[in-house]
Design a protein around this ligand. Structure first.
Ligand SMILES: [Zn+2]
Length: 163
């Protein structure tokens, strides 16, 4: 069973059925009341990380390795969103990290610094939450989501999924 923290984070943002990453990111923007931008990770940083979340005072920025497509890209973005939903990391020196990351010569160094802001426990939690979101995206809500199920049936998604 997921921990109460993971369950709360999972329930905090409504997962669209059928799943569309863009729709889910709009939901994350809405509940955080902040803009969320996705960018290609600078090529200098891709040997060190595949994804990165940077929170500035005004917005969230997710950087994804430009070579990552399809399910891999979704997985990377959901991992970074999971850090956001679990309130990991701190808004502090991130703007400095961002500026360093954007300077090609020291890109990799900035990425390492950003990555190690997280504890191993936080990495495990983010990985677990990303997996839970993907599982939820691929199945009917199995418990406690009766209202959601009715809404989805009302709007015509029900026929595409086994009941
Ligand atoms: Zn992480």
């Amino acid at each position: 069973m997921p921990s109460p923290e993971l369950r709360a984070a999972l329930e905090s943002a409504r997962i669209p059925v059928p799943f569309r990453l863009e729709t889910y990111l709009e939901e994350v923007e809405r509940i955080r009341d902040r803009r969320l931008h996705t960018h290609d990770l600078p090529i200098e940083a891709t040997s060190v990380v595949s994804g990165l979340w940077i929170a500035t005072r005004k917005a969230d920025h997710i950087f994804v390795a430009p070579g990552a497509v399809g399910v891999l890209r979704i997985n990377i973005v959901l991992h970074e969103v999971s850090h956001m939903l679990l309130n990991h990391g701190k808004v502090g020196d991130v703007e400095e990290v961002l500026s360093r990351l954007m300077r090609p010569a020291v890109g990799a160094i900035g990425a390492v610094a950003a990555r190690t802001r997280y504890e191993a426990r936080e990495e495990r939690e983010a990985e677990a939450l990303a997996t839970l979101i993907l599982m939820r995206a691929n199945e009917w809500p199995s418990e406690g989501d009766h209202g959601l199920r009715i809404i989805e049936q009302t709007f015509g998604y029900g026929g595409r999924y086994p009941v």
